[in-house]
Design a protein around this ligand. Structure first.
Ligand code: ARG
Length: 601
């Protein structure tokens, strides 16, 4: 055998385990072993392996470690090459290039076997590396009696996708919809309803298609206007708050009614978006009410919350507020009331102590960054949040309108989510119809809904989470570019190829030589689990979007370069297997983004 090449007869790459280790990991292990073998003092160093354009993989370890090894990168690279080649790992060829890169090629047979094992697995060979972890994901969290706005669209979509990805990786996910269902505003709402029984605000009383929250939003506005204009009404509203907080049965009943009606409208949105949130996930602010006094006592006794100006406050030891003084958390207001800050101190305590979560995620817009920083600091000082628990704010940017300013209606009001979704579906309907005018109306409706909703979700998920992005419906529903519709369409094209072949059960012949375009596609397919772990670690769903987009492009290149349906056996079967695995991976990945993948469009 040539130097750096292993004799072929020694290879046995049968992959039988349910979990299929990605080649990247296997190669990284080999390089790690080579490092430990060639330079024991460097054992444990990062092998720095990644996919490469020049070979299957590339390791930069020699460049990174040469200094520590007191040698030149090229020399270390040679030593590592020799060590890798002496090993029976997955590597078939190593070449040193440039100043000391290791270009690594893996055997075709191993690649085919990886694909076969993934095809045979209902989970595409992806394991459950995060089993044993429990993560609370706080997302959506709209406010009762107010319209859900575009900001709530983002938290709902991002949080849901994280719940799906983490759940798939084995995390025990607890979804928490922290509804804004408590506070002084309920005093005026209840009082207004009591005094204006003729108000139309029940979900079922409305014409189909109009969301009850609009009516509740109207109620909110009317009550607020009266509250501001009429001091007597304001007084009666304040007394109503007292009645609510002291548990007066009629007042509580009214409050529950308002919450229920509002939730019905949220449910319309959730159903339409196809998010995982169910009524049991609604654990709103009111739930923490009975815990607040205890939380406050605990913080006061520990000396963390202190009196200031008749209020009870936690002053940060880490951050200053805009005025240059230690940033405050309001634990108890001067009037004795508890607010948003107190409730979130209670959520974090509850989620750690009662739900026993070891990872807490709060998906809200980036303007709440300081709030959560202070909550986490408070929880650490109180001893609730320890080093073995991760608490993270998962912030996101603002949705901008076509004018590049925060998205508002022309009259400056909040954009109703239902209207946005309707518009996206209507636009999707037009482009799908244009592409395939023969689609029966009923099917067109169904596909337009899947494409339109998918487009909105994908546009949101595919942009870097923290950045603002412009809500541009025409771009979202385009068949070209990095869009949900493009990926859905890519999936349908592959399904159609498979249908033409009669959806056969194919077996892979691993002895066939891989063509370059097949190889690129195969290596991308093998990296699906890696992309998911990346999402779990960075909490960035756009990484999964990027992966699926690359996969679709690799498929296009493959399909342009290689015949499938009229190839000869066994090549045809191998290529059909590539088609199948690509279709399944696209479908699965879209599902983890909460996007459906129609069979045709
Ligand atoms: N209801 C809040 C809002 O609309 C979001 C709540 C987020 N969750 C939390 N635990 N603070 O901005």
């Amino acid at each position: 055998a040539a130097p750096g090449t292993m004799p072929a007869e020694k290879e046995d790459y049968s992959v039988t385990n349910h979990e299929v280790l990605p080649l990247l990991g296997q190669v990284a292990d080999s390089v790690s072993q080579a490092i430990a073998h060639a330079r024991p003092e460097l054992a444990g160093a990062d092998p720095l392996v990644r996919r490469s354009e020049h070979a299957d993989f590339q390791s930069n370890a020699a460049l990174g470690l040469a200094k520590r090894a007191r040698t030149k990168p090229a020399e270390l690279a040679e030593a590592l090459t020799a060590a890798v080649s002496g090993d029976r790992g997955p590597i078939t060829r190593v070449e040193v290039s440039g100043p000391g890169f290791l270009n690594i090629t893996v055997p075709d047979q191993l690649i085919w076997n990886q694909l076969a094992a993934r095809l045979a697995s209902p989970r595409l060979g992806v394991g459950t590396p995060n089993e044993g972890q429990r993560t609370v994901i706080d997302y959506s969290a709209p406010n009762i009696a107010k319209e859900m706005h575009v900001g709530h669209l983002r938290t709902t979509i991002i949080g849901d996708s994280l719940a799906r990805v983490l759940g798939f990786l084995g995390v025990d996910v607890i979804r928490q919809n922290h509804l804004g269902d408590w506070g002084t505003q309920f005093g005026m709402l209840i009082q207004y309803l009591n005094e204006h029984p003729e108000t139309t605000w029940h979900h079922d009383e409305l014409e189909p298609g109009t969301s009850a929250v609009s009516a509740l939003d109207e109620l909110y506005r009317a009550a607020r206007a009266l509250f501001n204009a009429d001091p007597d009404f304001a007084d009666r509203s304040r007394q109503r708050v007292v009645a609510l907080q002291s548990g007066d049965p009629d007042t509580i009943a009214r409050w529950k009614e308002i919450v229920t009606e509002s939730e019905k409208a949220f449910r319309d949105i959730y159903d339409r978006l196809g998010v995982l949130l169910i009524p049991e996930d609604s654990v709103g602010e009111s739930f923490y009410n009975h815990l607040l006094a205890h939380v406050v006592t605990e913080l006061t006794e520990a000396g963390i919350a202190v009196e200031s100006d008749d209020a009870l406050v936690i002053f940060s030891e880490e951050v200053n507020g805009p005025d240059g003084n230690p940033a405050p958390l309001m634990v108890r207001k001067r009037d004795g009331g508890y607010g948003y800050d107190t409730t979130d101190l209670a959520t974090i305590r509850y989620r750690i102590h009662d739900l026993k979560a070891n990872r807490l995620l709060y998906v809200t817009d980036s303007r709440q960054a300081l709030h959560f920083q202070l909550i986490f600091e408070g929880a650490r000082r109180a001893g609730w949040l320890t080093d073995c628990i991760e608490a993270a704010h998962v912030p996101y940017g603002t949705v901008l309108g076509p004018d590049g300013r925060p998205f508002k209606t022309r009259s400056g009001g909040t954009v109703r989510l239902m209207d946005l979704l309707d518009e996206a579906v209507a636009r999707a309907r037009a482009v799908v119809h244009e592409k395939d005018p023969d689609l029966p109306a009923e099917e067109l409706d169904r596909i337009a809904e899947q494409a339109g909703i998918g487009a909105v979700k994908y546009a949101d998920l595919s942009s870097s989470r923290i950045k603002d992005y412009a809500f541009d419906v025409d771009r979202m529903v385009s068949f070209n570019g990095n869009t949900g519709v493009y990926l859905q369409y890519a999936h349908t094209r592959i399904r159609s190829i498979l249908r033409k072949a009669g959806n056969p059960e194919v077996a892979i012949d691993p002895t066939i030589e891989l063509q370059p375009a097949e190889r690129a596609l195969a290596l991308e397919l093998d990296a699906y689990g890696t992309a998911l772990t990346d999402v779990s670690e960075t909490l960035e769903p756009h990484k999964l979007c990027g992966y699926l987009y690359d996969l679709a492009r690799d498929f296009t290149n493959f399909y342009e370069a290689c015949h499938v349906l009229n190839a000869e056996e066994p090549i045809r079967s191998n290529r059909l297997a590539l088609c199948q695995l690509t279709a399944r991976t696209l479908q699965h990945g879209l599902d983890l983004l909460g996007i459906s993948a129609p069979e045709r469009m």
